[in-house]
Design a protein around this ligand. Structure first.
Ligand SMILES: [Zn+2]
Length: 481
C-alpha cells in the first residue's frame, strides 16, 4: 500500500515538472500517451489533447463490468503578486511540510495543481501498475476543464462500453459527489471613447481577500473585490473611471482589484467613504487580511465620461450574484449563484465577466436573462459562453452503494457524506453523452484550490487508494457472481 502511495506521489511530482495550465496541456498529454504506448496499451489522443487509454481486463476477469477512471489534465494558474513564476514554462516548485503531525504538499507562491494533478497521478498508477487485478478499464484524461470543460464536451465516448465512471476531481476525502450544478458565462462588453480628465487621478487598491472557488466557496460569505470596488466608486458622485483590473478567471472569487479613476473629491473624503462602506458589509474571518488603499497619482490620464463610469458601476452592483437561492430539495446546498470574476476596463474596452451556476436548468436561464436585461439597458453587448449541463442525482446507483461500503470498510466504519455540489463537474457532460453511466466523483483532501494557498493532504491520498482498491474488488466480485 505504501508503495502505491509512493508511486502516485512520484507521478504527481513528474506532472508538476510539466507546465499544464488550461490550453497548455499538450506536453503533459503527449507524456502520458508515451507512458501508455510504452506499456503496449491502446491510446487515443484527439485534437484537444484529450486522451482515452484502453486496458484489457486482467487474466480471468474478462467478463467483469468495465470501469472508466477519469481526471482532467489542466490546472488553474494563480500566483502571489511577488512571484515571478511563468506558467508557460516553469515547473511548479513544490514543498512538503508537516503540520500537527500531518503531511501536506504545497507550491511556492503558486497554485499546486493537485486539482486535478493528483487525480491524474492516481490514474497513472492504476494504468501502469500490472500488480493490481483490474477489470477492463478506460482511463480518460480531459483538457480545458477549468475554463469551461471544453475537453469533456469534445471527447468522443461513443465507442466506450463501460458500466461505471469514477471521476477523481473531488476535494474532500469524506465526501462523494453524485450530482452537480450546470452553468454558463456571461460576457458583458462595451466600447466607448475615453476623454482627458482635468480632475485628480487616484488609485484604489483592494487586496488580501481570500477568494476561492466561485462554486464550492460561494456560500462562505467571502467578499468579491470587484463588487467591493463598485460599492466604493458608487459613492463618488463625479467619478470617472480610467481602468479597472479585477480578476483573470471567471471561476475564482475575485480577491484583488485595482482601479484608476479621477474625481474632484478629496482623498480624506474618499477614505471616509471607504470606512462607511466597510461598516456596512460583513467581513468574515476568511477575509481578515483585507486591505484597501487609495492614493493620489501625479499624472494625467484618459478616463471614461461620468455617465459611462456610472453604468459600469451600476452593472457590477446590479447583476444577480453571490448566493442567489438555496436548494429546496437538499439542506444547505446552494441552488443558484453568480460570480463577477473578471472586470477588465482599459482605454480600448469595458468587459465584465460573470459566471452563473444553478442545479436547476430553468433557473440558470432565468438569471442569465435577468442579468442580460440589466446589461442591455446600460448599453452593454451580451455574449454567453461555456454553457455546461448539470448532473442529476441517481437514486438507484449501485456505484454509490459500492462506494459507501468500501469507504466504511477503509475508514473504521465511518459513513461518508454523499452530496450534490454547486460547481460544474465533467460528470454532467458525461451524463449527457451516456445516461446509462453509473458515476461518482471522489478525491483526497485539498484545501484552498484555485488559489496560491492550495494544499494537498498526503495521507488522505493513501486512504483514498484503499477505498478505490476495495471498490474495484467489489465491482469484480459483483460481476463474477
Ligand atoms: Zn478540478
Amino acid at each position: 500500500m505504501n508503495n502505491d502511495l509512493e508511486e502516485v506521489m512520484n507521478y504527481f511530482k513528474e506532472i508538476c515538472k510539466i507546465p499544464h495550465g488550461s490550453k497548455n496541456e499538450k506536453r503533459l498529454s503527449d507524456w502520458i500517451c508515451k507512458l501508455a504506448e510504452n506499456k503496449g496499451l491502446e491510446v487515443k489522443q484527439d485534437e484537444l489533447w484529450n486522451i482515452i487509454v484502453h486496458k484489457k481486463a486482467s487474466y480471468g476477469l474478462e467478463n467483469s463490468d468495465a470501469i472508466i477512471f477519469q481526471a482532467h489534465l489542466d490546472m488553474v494558474c494563480e500566483k502571489i503578486k511577488s512571484s515571478n513564476h511563468d506558467f508557460e514554462k516553469d515547473p511548479i516548485d513544490i514543498a512538503e511540510y508537516c503540520e500537527n503531525g500531518k503531511k501536506y504538499l504545497r507550491a511556492n507562491g503558486t497554485t499546486l495543481g493537485a486539482d486535478d494533478g493528483i487525480g491524474v497521478a492516481i490514474i497513472l498508477m492504476m494504468m501502469l501498475n500490472d500488480n493490481i487485478k483490474m477489470p477492463e478499464c478506460y482511463f480518460i484524461f480531459t483538457t480545458q476543464e477549468e475554463i469551461g470543460m471544453y475537453g469533456a464536451n469534445y471527447i468522443d465516448l461513443s465507442n466506450i462500453n463501460a458500466k461505471y465512471l469514477i471521476n477523481l476531481d473531488s476535494e474532500e476525502e469524506d465526501v462523494a459527489t453524485v450530482g452537480c450544478a450546470g452553468g454558463l458565462n456571461l460576457i458583458l462588453g462595451k466600447e466607448e471613447k475615453q476623454e482627458k480628465s482635468s480632475n485628480r487621478i487616484y488609485e484604489l487598491e483592494i487586496s488580501g481577500l481570500k477568494g476561492g472557488h466561485s462554486g464550492v466557496d460561494i456560500d462562505k460569505g467571502r467578499i468579491n473585490s470587484n463588487y467591493l470596488a463598485a460599492l466604493i466608486l458608487d459613492c463618488i458622485e463625479d467619478v470617472q473611471i480610467s481602468s479597472i483590473k479585477g480578476g483573470t478567471k471567471d471561476n475564482v472569487i475575485c480577491y484583488s482589484t485595482n482601479v484608476l479613476f479621477s474625481t474632484n473629491t478629496m482623498k480624506e473624503k474618499i477614505e471616509s467613504i471607504i470606512k462607511k462602506v466597510l461598516d456596512n458589509i460583513e467581513v468574515t474571518d476568511d477575509d481578515r487580511d483585507l486591505k484597501i488603499s487609495v492614493k493620489a497619482i501625479d499624472k494625467g490620464m484618459m478616463v471614461y465620461p461620468n455617465k459611462t463610469s456610472k453604468e459600469i458601476i451600476e452593472l457590477i452592483l446590479g447583476l444577480k450574484q453571490n448566493v442567489i437561492d438555496m436548494s429546496t430539495k437538499m439542506n444547505n446546498i446552494v441552488e443558484s449563484s453568480g460570480n463577477v470574476g473578471i472586470v477588465a476596463v482599459d482605454e480600448n474596452r469595458i468587459i465584465v465577466n460573470e459566471s452563473l451556476r444553478s442545479s436547476v436548468e430553468e433557473k440558470k436561464y432565468e438569471y442569465a436573462r435577468y442579468n442580460k436585461k440589466i446589461a442591455e439597458k446600460l448599453g452593454f453587448v451580451c455574449k454567453e459562453e461555456g454553457e455546461y449541463p448539470g448532473w442529476d442525482i441517481n437514486t438507484n446507483s449501485l456505484l454509490q452503494k459500492i462506494y459507501r461500503d468500501s469507504y466504511k470498510n477503509t475508514h473504521n466504519g465511518k459513513e461518508p457524506k454523499i452530496v450534490s455540489i454547486h460547481a460544474g463537474l465533467e460528470c454532467g457532460i458525461f451524463a449527457k453523452k451516456n445516461n446509462m453511466l453509473d458515476m461518482i466523483s471522489i478525491g483526497p483532501n485539498l484545501y484552498d484550490v484555485h488559489t496560491p494557498n492550495e494544499r494537498l493532504d498526503v495521507d488522505s491520498v493513501k486512504r483514498l487508494l484503499s477505498t478505490l482498491f476495495e471498490m474495484i474488488e467489489k465491482i469484480l466480485w459483483r460481476s463474477q457472481k
